[in-house]
Design a protein around this ligand. Structure first.
Ligand code: GLN
Length: 478
């Protein structure tokens, strides 16, 4: 079943298949649907019941020559994003039976360009986690080694693409959740700049850090997705009015040799797994061979990024999750409880241990007397971390770093030790704090045949630089 005309297609190959009548959208959607039904990796929480009808309609459009950019192309959507009429659980017991009343802007734009939604992918509860083990629907397994995690929180989206259950997917990234699972599963994962993509219809985790991120098999596919989902939105005032560049055209026309690459010394510690260090060295050698300028730079406040995140994120998260009380949103309990008992019961039974831990942390951080000591200090650190990047981006265009300190770890390995789990984000989190963009690029495998990822970072609203350099590296050394 894997080795046929449908396997591992990218967007261009799918569009060519439709055009040349090698296959229809209906046949392609049927292929993915059959694979999703047989999936043993637990990548999906729900499947779109209307997908085959929608594929048929797409085929009619194709036959009539009424094609938009992604007409008939199937996509998987992280179950943090709303799709009208479909279940939206956030991988939480709280929303186990919730049906979305409207569609997230990013998804709506994909639909407007003709994409068809295969279903909603598993993830960590409300996007909290680095291993996809924190889901009310069970863990997701890594297709490269089923004893290992796929990364999180967008683990289901990563596995959907890596195991060829979908050609492309959307994830979300608050501290690394599209890049880190992309790295563990051998994919391209993008965190767009803050404000590049509307967050409307994305369940809020930490609103000042969240971005919806494309996950794909190639840089070009990620560019296709960003092209469609980016841009201003009257429903989200944090979505930028900056014009969206023609990424697909820039990918063809811009010269990667003109980009200057920086290596931030704080990201190249001895703690890095040797295989990841080698993958970075290989990339650096390639850049040298190509006469691309590579220079060492420094981001001195890097060491404070994770601590800053674990103050800002729980503070925002505790406010955002307050709506899940069984009255406004969330599962119901018996009606004869008084209000206090109702709250206690609903929140004790609806949230996982990780959510409770973070809600308590956030509530503490924001409480009178502690706000100044923690939240305000963290906001100041956020400013200096941002300034670090602003300075460095006056000298170089793109930073090259590892995405993660290790390749995929074992299931259960870090579950009982939240601090070691939190360290999985150490190289990805700064991009969210600073609001800049970042991309994971697969770069070979380690001694256990597990994918290795490297990260490219660029200043806010310069995603095209990530695409141009990423595509060049992908075409030449991957
Ligand atoms: N691992 C991070 C966390 O648990 C990532 C979250 C994310 O990017 N959504 O908070």
């Amino acid at each position: 079943m894997t080795d046929n005309k449908f396997s591992n297609l990218n967007i261009d190959q799918i569009l060519a298949g439709f055009k040349n009548k090698t296959f229809s959208s209906f046949e392609l959607a049927s292929y993915y649907l059959a694979r999703i039904k047989n999936d043993k990796l637990n990548a999906f929480i729900s499947v779109n019941e209307h997908v085959l009808e929608e594929a048929k309609q797409a085929d009619q459009k194709i036959a009539q020559g009424e094609m938009a950019l992604l007409t008939g192309v199937p996509i998987a959507i992280k179950d943090i994003l709303l799709v009208k009429g479909q279940r939206a659980t956030g991988a939480s017991k709280m929303l186990a039976n919730y049906i979305a009343p409207y569609t997230a802007t990013a998804v709506k734009r994909l639909e407007d360009q003709g994409a068809i939604i295969l279903g909603k992918t598993n993830c960590d509860e409300f996007a909290m986690g680095s291993s996809n083990e924190n889901s009310a629907f069970g863990p997701v397994l890594n297709p490269h080694d089923i004893t290992r995690v796929p990364g999180g929180s967008s683990g289901g989206s990563a596995v959907a693409v890596a195991a060829d259950l979908a050609p492309i997917a959307l994830g979300t990234d608050t501290a690394g959740s599209s890049r880190q699972p992309a790295s563990f599963c051998g994919l391209v994962g993008l965190k767009p700049s803050y404000g590049r993509v509307s967050r409307y219809g994305s369940m809020a985790m930490a609103s000042s850090l969240d971005q919806i991120g494309p996950m794909a098999k190639s840089v070009k596919d990620a560019a296709y997705l960003l092209q469609v989902i980016a841009g201003k939105d009257k429903y989200d005032l944090s979505a930028s009015y900056n014009t969206v560049p023609d990424y697909l055209n820039l990918l063809k026309t811009q010269d990667p040799h003109k980009l200057k690459v920086g290596l931030p010394k704080e990201y190249f510690s001895d703690a890095l797994a040797p295989s990841i260090k080698q993958a970075l060295d290989k990339t650096i050698d390639f850049l040298h061979e190509q006469n691309i300028v590579v220079e060492k730079v420094s981001l001195p406040y890097t060491e404070y990024a994770l601590a800053t995140y674990y103050i800002l994120m729980p503070a925002e998260l505790s406010s955002n999750l307050a709506r899940f009380d069984g009255l406004r949103f969330g599962h119901h309990e018996s009606n004869d409880l008084n209000l206090d008992d109702w709250y206690k019961k609903v929140r004790a039974t609806g949230f996982s241990a990780e959510s409770k831990r973070r809600i308590m942390l956030g509530t503490y951080i924001l409480s009178a007397g502690y706000y100044d000591a923690y939240y305000k200090q963290a906001q100041k650190l956020r400013t200096v971390i941002k300034q670090d990047f602003q300075k460095v981006f006056t000298k170089v265009d793109v930073l090259l770093t590892p995405t993660t300190p290790t390749t995929a770890f074992k299931l259960d390995e870090k579950l009982s030790d939240p601090l070691s789990m939190y360290l999985a984000d150490i190289f990805t989190v700064s991009a969210n704090i600073a609001g800049i963009c970042g991309l994971n690029l697969p770069m070979g495998v380690d001694e256990n045949k597990l994918p290795i990822g490297i990260q490219l970072l660029a200043d806010a609203f310069q995603e095209e630089k990530l695409f141009v350099l990423g595509n060049f590296i992908e075409q030449n050394i991957i």
